[in-house]
Design a protein around this ligand. Structure first.
Ligand SMILES: CSC[C@H]1O[C@@H](n2cnc3c(O)ncnc32)[C@H](O)[C@@H]1O
Ligand SMILES: [Zn+2]
Length: 440
């Protein structure tokens, strides 16, 4: 048989597939053509079967599906460390919202998203679910980086530099969707900010639009006790009950945070197929509480992982979130068996893909899926000895061990070097923004 022509052959010491059988393959190769995975086979057979334009040999690496950051505010990378060690509402109302009012515009969002994209790629992320103002520069930055992302048609019901009222937010978001909705690397979500900033009418409008345009809905929900108390005071019910009455609960919904939950509410989330984006570091830093991940898993609720923005985390590092999610669930339940290593990796990959409605083409290394891949070098002294690469990825390796990243077959990180972005230029822009923000 004549060898097949392909674009890229990646031969790795381990391939951690995150497939249905949780297979970890040793000395296997992944063949990539047209941006997709076309074969996974023993490396000893791969060179006979394929002629590749490029053959990458990763002798001491684990090749895994690209990490999916299920909740972030990319452009807030420019506000990293701007206001630390505060509870959510003080942080937002007294620091972040005033700073956003002063500084956030098209250029801020483009530069901040590009900075976040560089950090994401260097951290092994191949797809991020963004929620922020100015979706057009967000889309442009992601496309310039060649990074996959979900861009938000966002609404927050107070006037900002971006939009004046709900109608204005929606028409600007839909304009961005019209312009960039056809891009293979992008999808759009409806993103009402939170129950405490969105009216009933706007929630209903956004549910209808999400159905019409076949979009997921991305919303902060039950982040703090104060949010729940405020809702009971204003609406007579907890936020989730209010959202249920407005038709928000469905497999379209990616509910971000979900820290404070009653058993009945978890049953309700399971019944409606709602997905959850768990952000352990942000929840710890803002002292919001602990999302009951282990119980959510008992209810078979899909839980993905996110970093939240760099202003509340302050790292866009999914390896930190993987480890934090596993450790936090164990300490919260006093049970070391919950969220084991492989489950934590699933949360950062296939569970994120499922939440974004992309389980069929993202989130695992399987033939037919898109070639969104991350290689992690496990040869460093701090990773020795390696009994199990899954354990190493969840508990030992960090983003500093990420060497290669591919999105749709295109290499965005090559031996730790960004291929689509200029690091020196990004640092210079970050300095300029820092000086501007610090001056006021
Ligand atoms: C409508 S754009 C997003 C809006 O959300 C703010 N934000 C950032 N982090 C959080 C968080 O953890 N909870 C609630 N809101 C958050 C961000 O500053 C933008 O104003
Ligand atoms: Zn957030």
């Amino acid at each position: 048989m004549l060898p097949h022509q392909i674009d890229t052959l990646i031969s790795a010491r381990w391939v951690v597939t995150i497939d249905h059988a949780s297979r970890v393959l040793e000395h296997h190769s992944v063949a990539v053509a047209g941006g997709k995975i076309v074969a996974i086979l023993p490396s000893s057979e791969a060179e006979q079967r394929f002629v590749a334009k490029e053959h990458i040999t990763l002798t001491d690496h684990a090749l895994m599906p690209g990490l999916i950051n299920l909740h972030t505010h990319s452009a807030m990378s420019l506000l990293r460390g701007f206001a630390d060690d505060l509870p959510l509402m003080t942080w937002l109302q007294d620091h972040i919202w005033p700073a956003e009012k002063q500084h956030v515009g098209e250029q801020f969002v483009y530069d901040g998203t590009l900075l976040a994209a560089a950090e994401a790629i260097k951290s092994g992320v191949t797809c991020l679910n963004d929620m922020y103002f100015f979706p057009q520069p967000t889309a442009r930055a992601l496309l310039d980086a060649r990074l996959r992302g979900a861009v938000s048609v966002n609404v927050i019901e107070f006037p900002t530099q971006y939009a004046s009222d709900a109608e204005d937010y929606l028409s600007k978001g839909l304009e961005a969707h019209n312009r960039y909705g056809g891009e293979a690397l992008l999808q759009f979500t409806m993103a009402p900010h939170a129950p405490y900033t969105i009216s009933d009418r706007t929630f209903e409008r956004m549910v209808t639009l999400a159905d019409q345009l076949d979009m997921q809905i991305h919303c902060h929900i039950h982040e703090t006790r104060a949010e729940i108390e405020g809702s009971i005071k204003e609406f007579g019910v907890r936020p989730l009950e209010r959202l249920a009455r407005l038709g928000m609960l469905s497999p379209r919904l990616i509910a971000v945070h979900m820290v404070h939950l009653l058993e009945d509410e978890m049953a309700q989330l399971a019944e409606h197929g709602v997905h959850i984006a768990h952000n352990p570091s942000s929840n710890m830093k803002l002292a919001s509480g602990i999302c009951p991940v282990s119980t959510l898993h008992d209810f078979n609720i899909n839980v993905g992982l996110g970093t939240d923005g760099a202003a509340s985390n302050n790292r866009l590092d999914m390896f930190t979130e993987i480890r934090a999610a596993a450790l936090l669930a164990k300490v919260a339940t006093e049970n070391p068996e919950v969220v084991p290593a492989h489950r934590a990796l699933e949360m950062a990959t296939i569970c994120g893909a499922r939440a974004l409605g992309r389980e069929d083409d993202l989130g695992s290394i399987e033939v037919g899926k898109l070639a969104d891949l991350t290689a992690v070098d496990l040869s460093d002294i701090v990773c020795q000895p390696c009994f199990d690469p899954t354990s190493q990825l969840a508990y030992v390796a960090g983003r500093e061990n990420v060497t290669h990243v591919w999105v749709q077959g295109q290499c965005l990180l090559d031996n730790r070097q960004l291929t689509t972005l200029d690091e020196a230029e990004l640092k210079q822009k970050a300095r300029i923004w820092h000086d501007r923000i610090a001056a006021r």
